[in-house]
Write a protein that binds this ligand. Structure first.
Ligand SMILES: NC(=O)C1=CN([C@@H]2O[C@H](COP(=O)(O)OP(=O)(O)OC[C@H]3O[C@@H](n4cnc5c(N)ncnc54)[C@H](OP(=O)(O)O)[C@@H]3O)[C@@H](O)[C@H]2O)C=CC1
Ligand SMILES: O=C1O[C@H](COP(=O)(O)O)[C@@H](O)[C@H](O)[C@H]1O
Length: 525
């Protein structure tokens, strides 16, 4: 970045804070607001990223006074925020910016009243009419709320208007398209910020830096040198009380259609010619459209494994199976595990398998991306019958953040024997785990109008078109549901998927083999 661009970037940050906006949280009494949004807003405030000219209005149907609402916000921050609530006057200064407006989102008159109170807030805090509407609501309300915002005069202020929407965006391509049509009757595409919180994660954003700022990766970033890519998003939690939502969604819609495919596109996209949001998203959508489709039930059977956790245990503690969870029907066929072999059929990636897997009730909580390089020619070492391990680049996304590379060195001594060595940059060990949460980055970006890490409609459409045939094959029972004991790495068939190609899943969470020497700024956990 040139000095001018650097200054420009600082200016953009300053402008976002100085410009000011009213943030409307629809669904302010809900789980997402409590666990993620209020804490994110408080962290932004503590870091000066909201500036002085802001107000936050919570909206939902149930009655609350401003005072009760501020108490709820305080409680949420105390429990979930990386900053603890300040004491006394400092807290009061933040809390007074919060107000609560009871409202059923279909009520246009209620929206007109909101419009009046908003103008008062804008006068009081000198906010120039910028309004950000965060919909922490069930998606079937998105269309209605867009219309009542318009009809209730909420979009008549002089500044910008932005709509931030949560996933899931639709259930399949046709429903997503309908939803998009409804929203687009009111908002322009550039005003719509569709959240995929994985795009707000530090290490997912870091993929661009790792790829495009390192001379020794970019020349090798292609089918000539990369043997395969593995993306694992493992969770230890089960479905718990979210069965009503999850049982309709399953891992395919909950994780693959969005987070997994977004990570894949960041790994596979071409370098954009400029770091403009649209240039980056153009490259991502090209990847999504290049992913080989699952064009028949046979293809789904051959390349996709679905699983569901059965009874099992973790650390000696017994765990129920998915069908035994209270919020789930006893005969559910919903998948809690997904693994697939995908291909990006373009010039760069011809023939390189991308293995993706995600599941609930796996042994560890860990999201990692492993890039496995092709082996060097074996010549001398082969003659000595030594096993040459492939070089790996591992991007640790969550919960530990960092990267490591695995290389082959010579074991100290007289013999020419190989010593695999891992060299790790453990970012979490360096900066602590107190880094900005995905929601902080994303709310901040939406506030300054930077849509780079939000999903554009054409990306979303391409992602649905890719996963819909998988869902259809499953619906028609054209592929088997494999059961795996809770607390294990999913069905054996997911391992076989790689074995068929001569590969294996690399261990995640720093659980490398014993003979590997780790060089790190801290021991992996
Ligand atoms: N919770 C999470 O971790 C995540 C959630 N999401 C998504 O975020 C959205 C919200 O999820 P979550 O917070 O868990 O859901 P909740 O069910 O906890 O909250 C829903 C909110 O919507 C309000 N609401 C419902 N109907 C109306 C209405 N007609 N008018 C006004 N307000 C209404 C409810 O308040 P009241 O009943 O008082 O009206 C409540 O505040 C969903 O789209 C979900 O898929 C996405 C990722 C993670
Ligand atoms: O979107 C979702 O993500 C979470 C996992 O997110 P993470 O940041 O904790 O890795 C997942 O548990 C949930 O089912 C899904 O809706």
């Amino acid at each position: 970045m040139t000095k001018d661009e650097d200054l420009q970037m600082d200016k953009t940050l300053d402008t976002a804070a100085a410009e000011g906006a009213v943030y409307f949280i629809f669904g302010a009494t809900g789980d997402l607001a409590r666990r993620k949004l209020f804490p994110a807003l408080y962290s932004l405030y503590r870091e000066g990223k909201l500036g002085d000219r802001f107000a936050i209005v919570g909206l939902a149907r149930r009655p609350r006074t401003d005072e009760q609402f501020r108490d709820d916000v305080h409680e949420s921050i105390r429990e979930f925020c990386r900053y603890k609530p300040a004491e006394g006057g400092e807290w009061a200064a933040f809390a007074e910016r919060f107000s609560y407006h009871p409202l059923d989102i279909s009520n246009v008159d209620g929206m007109r009243q909101l419009s009046e109170t908003t103008q008062e807030l804008e006068r009081r805090y000198e906010i120039p009419g910028n309004r950000l509407f965060y919909l922490a609501l069930a998606p079937d309300l998105f269309g209605t709320v867009s219309r009542t915002l318009r009809d209730g005069g909420m979009l008549n202020s002089p500044g910008w208007h932005r709509l931030v929407i949560e996933k899931p965006f639709g259930y399949d391509y046709p429903s997503a398209e309908r939803l998009n049509e409804e929203i687009r009757q009111v908002f322009r595409e550039e005003e719509v910020f569709r959240i995929d919180h994985y795009l707000g994660k530090e290490m997912v954003q870091n993929i661009e830096m790792i790829r495009f700022a390192n001379a020794f990766f970019e020349p090798l970033w292609n089918a000539g040198h990369i043997a395969n890519v593995q993306i694992t998003l493992a969770e230890t939690v089960g479905v718990e009380e979210r069965g009503a939502y999850y049982n309709k969604s399953g891992a395919l819609r909950d994780m693959v259609q969005n987070h997994m495919l977004q990570m894949l596109t960041m790994i596979a996209m071409e370098p954009p010619s400029r770091l403009d949001p649209e240039d980056i998203r153009d490259e991502k959508v090209k990847v999504l459209r290049s992913i080989r489709t699952f064009s028949s039930p046979e293809e789904v059977r051959a390349r996709v494994i679905r699983g569901q956790y059965a009874e099992g245990s973790s650390k000696g503690k017994p765990l129920p199976g998915y069908r035994q969870e209270e919020s789930v029907p006893a005969d559910s066929a919903t998948e809690t595990f997904f693994a697939a072999r995908m291909f990006v059929d373009n010039f760069r990636w011809a023939g390189v398998p991308f293995y993706v897997r995600t599941g609930k009730r796996l042994p560890v909580k860990s999201t990692e991306i492993v890039v496995e390089f092709k082996n060097a020619p074996r010549n001398v070492l082969f003659a000595r019958k030594q096993e040459l391990q492939p070089n790996l680049l591992v991007i640790r996304v969550n919960p530990m953040e960092g990267i490591y590379i695995k290389i082959n060195a010579k074991r100290p001594g007289n013999e020419m024997t190989i010593q695999p060595v891992v060299m790790e940059y453990c970012q979490s060990c360096l900066v602590g785990i107190n880094t900005p949460e995905a929601y902080e980055r994303l709310i901040f970006d939406a506030g300054r109008g930077d849509s780079t890490y939000f999903t554009r409609w054409d990306e979303l459409a391409a992602a649905w078109q890719l996963v819909d045939p998988i869902a259809a094959a499953w619906r028609n029972n054209e592929s088997e549901l494999h059961f795996y004991p809770a607390g294990t790495w999913g069905p054996e068939q997911a391992d076989a998927l790689l074995r068929e190609d001569g590969f294996r899943w690399w261990p995640v969470n720093g659980e490398e083999e014993d003979n590997v020497v780790w060089v790190t700024n801290s021991k992996p956990q």
